[in-house]
Design a protein around this ligand. Structure first.
Ligand code: FES
Length: 438
């Protein structure tokens, strides 16, 4: 299984390179070595075992004890380390690299430019049509065919592929019981110093990734990480600050150009779900749970699902089997998920909130009580009130306020809504109910 998983992802890199060549897509594709490193003694043995495991599967990776990133190598005293770590909660560049793995000949490219190239190939070369702004709200079986309903029209189809990030169909399938979403953050930084080669990520938590990209012909630094479960009730203010601290520690002259965050679907057993959606919906396929590995996983999914529709075998389909019966190996996360759903569906709803509208400051969001009912309110910078019913339109969990993005986020499966109640992330597809409060 591990070998199949590795081979499928390695093969996907070459498939993508071939598509880029065949379709003439300008998307900054380049071969780069990839490194996982650690600054923690506890991780060194794991790194050694990982090197052995990967090599036994036929990919030649190397054990290393230094990397090209300008992280200092002199040890400072343990007490000071501890203080810096607590404040920083990310890579401490004062600590030495203790061990790492080099995965040679990996690749990176600009996925937005690649996607535009694919869309162009569909429309111009193959005379296909792509419909944007046509959100699917339901998929129903009818006389051996499927009716795919959008907000404006319905389409009859023999085959349906649900590739909507998190599946929007709850029953059958039950993907909401075996997958959650994680938010992570990224900043793009420019510096006058020469940047390193390669792509880097540390193995301990919180994990931070470092890589470069081309922007307007110049190489810039991308620093990513600070992941957390979407909708978690934590202080989000430090997410970008910590990434910026890492960038400034490495390149003191640097200037932040962009910052953004995104969500990823994480299966409980960490393997994507690719293939048939459910025994009860034959001819419906799914590709989801890419676990931040979407560039190669989406290519794997495209090939497996194409082969399935054409009635051909695919040598990788077994490892990604979306109908696998024992998808839940991660009992810790399963327990967290069940607890979170229970809290959000029952406990939080019964919780007595003592917050009132007068307690909400400008540019702040809170769940308050009005006439004995819970209401989510955001008071904008001008003092205008935006009020919503604070229950997710997916399966009803209580939402939490995200003060960084001014959104209402669901801790159960990661749906998100803007402060005006508009749905912006699946699996929910409906907007929130809005209240008029003066
Ligand atoms: S995303 Fe499932 S209940 Fe909110």
């Amino acid at each position: 299984m591990a070998k199949q998983y590795l081979d499928a992802n390695e093969q996907a890199i070459y498939n993508i390179q071939n598509i880029i060549k065949d379709e003439n897509i300008e998307c900054d594709f380049e071969w780069q070595d990839n490194y996982i490193f650690t600054q923690s003694e506890d991780e060194v043995m794991k790194i050694k075992k990982e090197v052995e495991a990967v090599n036994s599967l036929g990919l030649n990776c190397e054990f290393i004890d230094k990397i090209d990133v300008p992280i200092k190598v002199q040890k400072i005293n343990e007490v000071k380390d501890e203080i810096i770590e607590k404040e920083n909660k990310s890579i401490n560049i004062q600590k030495p690299i203790l061990a790492g793995i080099k995965f040679p000949k990996q690749a990176q490219f600009n996925s937005y430019k690649y996607m535009l190239g694919l869309a162009n190939a569909v429309v111009t070369k193959n005379r296909g049509t792509i419909y944007e702004n046509s959100k699917v709200i339901d998929v129903k079986k009818d006389n051996g065919e499927y009716i795919v309903k959008t907000e404006k029209a319905s389409i009859n189809a023999k085959f349906v592929i649900i590739a909507s990030h998190y599946p929007i169909v709850n029953f059958p399938g039950f993907y909401f019981m075996k997958m959650y979403q994680e938010t992570s953050y990224l900043i793009a930084v420019e510096t006058n110093k020469e940047l390193f080669k390669g792509m880097y990520i540390n193995s301990e938590e919180p994990s931070i990734s470092l890589r470069t990209a081309l922007y307007n012909g110049k190489r810039i630094l991308l620093v990513g990480g600070m992941k957390h479960k979407t909708g978690a009730k934590i202080n989000l203010e430090n997410a970008y600050k910590n990434l910026e601290k890492v960038a400034r520690d490495l390149y003191p002259d640097c200037k932040v150009l962009f910052r953004w965050n995104t969500e990823d679907c994480i299966p409980l057993d960490k393997i994507p779900y690719i293939g048939e959606f459910s025994n009860l919906m034959p001819n419906v396929f799914v590709g989801t749970g890419y676990k931040k590995w979407g560039m190669t996983s989406s290519n794997v999914a495209a090939n497996i699902i194409t082969d399935k529709i054409l009635g051909k075998d695919n040598k990788y389909e077994e490892v990604f089997n979306s109908k696998r019966l024992k998808p839940i190996k991660n009992y810790e996360e399963l327990t967290n998920m069940v607890k979170e759903v229970g809290n959000s569906l029952v406990i939080n709803r019964l919780r007595k909130d003592d917050e009132y509208l007068s307690n909400v400051k400008k540019d702040e969001g809170k769940i308050i009580k009005i006439d004995n009912e819970k209401v989510g309110v955001y008071k904008d910078k001008e003092g205008n009130i935006h009020a919503i019913k604070p229950y997710c339109t997916h399966l009803g969990c209580e939402l939490s306020w995200n003060n960084l993005d001014k959104t209402w986020d669901c801790p159960c499966h990661g749906s998100r809504f803007n402060y005006q109640g508009k749905n912006i992330y699946d699996p929910a597809i409906k907007n929130l109910e809005v209240y008029d409060i003066t």
